[in-house]
Design a protein around this ligand. Structure first.
Ligand SMILES: *Cc1c(COP(=O)(O)O)cnc(C)c1O
Length: 223
């Protein structure tokens, strides 16, 4: 199958309220351009340097999403152009994003990454940490970031029930955001995104409430 037809098949299967992030990590610009020419404008990368190189080379109406784990000292390289950072899991990182956003005279949109899997290797916050972060006075001072919602990755397993349980958990955390004391109504106006679901599990993720899926290999082939 070709990249445009893969892309079109997936797009046709997504409900209207679900945003597709085409995960293009490790793939050459020529592959990304095929998706671009088929109409795709949102691309996800997991390495800042690779994303920056692609941004420099490719059309400027692309929205670049950082979906990988972010090292604080590299935020500055993507701050001028990144459209959404999915994997934010600490106040320290948010403070650096805020600082670099300010330097670039812009606001940077972020998702907070939640730890929902039963794997030691996955990054993310637990519910207590989320609560603490959102209600801290340090968080309230950050004027150049905007929290659009949450992101999570399920355990790498064939067990659909396990995956479903984890996605449902993320949805319930998302729904509980509005009850967090002190995390005001104003802040919540932008919160609308749950980034969950990849090539292998995006349909299940959508059933469980996902509004943004990150799909790589089903579009571009294996890596
Ligand atoms: C690579 C990656 C994806 C896409 O995975 P596929 O299985 O190729 O669709 C999604 N999310 C994150 C965080 C990734 O690193």
């Amino acid at each position: 199958m070709s990249i445009p037809s893969n892309l079109n098949t997936i797009k046709a299967s997504l409900p209207e309220h679900v945003t597709l992030v085409a995960v293009s990590k490790t793939k050459p610009v020529s592959d990304l351009m095929q998706a671009y020419e088929a109409g795709q404008r949102i691309f996800g990368e997991n390495k800042i340097q690779e994303m920056t190189e692609k941004w420099e080379e490719m059309p400027k109406d692309i929205q670049w999403h950082m979906i990988g784990h972010v090292q604080t000292n590299k935020v500055k390289f993507m701050a001028p152009f990144v459209s959404l950072i999915h994997g934010v899991d600490s106040l320290k990182l948010l403070q650096e994003i805020n600082k670099q956003a300010l330097k670039n005279n812009r606001t940077i949109d972020c998702l907070l990454e939640m730890y929902i899997a039963e794997e030691e290797t996955k990054f993310g916050l637990d519910e207590n940490e989320l609560n603490e972060l959102l209600t801290s006075s340090a968080f309230k001072e950050l004027k150049n970031i905007r929290i659009l919602g949450l992101m999570g990755m399920a355990t790498f397993t064939e067990d659909q029930n396990q995956i479903k349980k984890e996605f449902t958990h993320l949805k319930s955390i998302f729904d509980s955001l509005k009850n967090i004391d002190g995390y005001g109504k104003d802040a919540l106006q932008c919160v609308s995104t749950i980034s969950m679901g990849m090539s292998g599990d995006y349909q299940l993720a959508i059933e469980c409430g996902s509004t943004m899926v990150r799909i790589g290999s089903s579009i571009f082939g294996g890596r």
